[in-house]
Design a protein around this ligand. Structure first.
Ligand SMILES: [Zn+2]
Length: 124
């Protein structure tokens, strides 16, 4: 009887370990920003808020970014079924003189100072 308890206990521990491995196995990934091996904090694989913000701004400050008064904007895709800024109409003039009108402007927020990005447009 004593041996049976030990066998059951060992079996239970083994089963518990296998279940943890199968259903809760936090895999270590290499953070795409800092390269640290860690359990990802975000679905995109970043290990920390700092790395997520770095990746976000690296992606967001692309060649379509509109920077006005230190804020970043993008003209959104039209397939979403709803529009940025509630569909409000904006007229924007770029530094090169080009003027655009949009009713689908999305704000990405204040660009962090460390990116040292200059305004490339103004609202008219
Ligand atoms: Zn990281």
């Amino acid at each position: 009887m004593y041996n049976l308890r030990i066998i059951v206990s060992i079996g239970w521990l083994w089963l518990k370990k296998k279940c943890i491995e199968l259903f809760y196995s936090p895999e270590l990934h290499k953070c795409p920003v800092c390269g640290r091996l860690a359990e990802p904090l975000y679905m995109t694989g970043e290990c920390s808020d700092k790395c997520f913000n770095t990746a976000f701004w690296k992606h967001t400050l692309d060649d379509t970014a509109i920077i006005i008064d230190g804020k970043c904007y993008h003209i959104g895709p039209s397939f979403l079924g709803f529009k940025g800024s509630g569909g409000r109409k904006f007229t924007i003039q770029f530094n090169d003189g080009k003027v655009i009108n949009t009713d689908n402007l999305w704000c990405n927020g204040d660009v962090p100072k460390e990116y040292n990005v200059k305004d490339n447009a103004v609202f008219l």
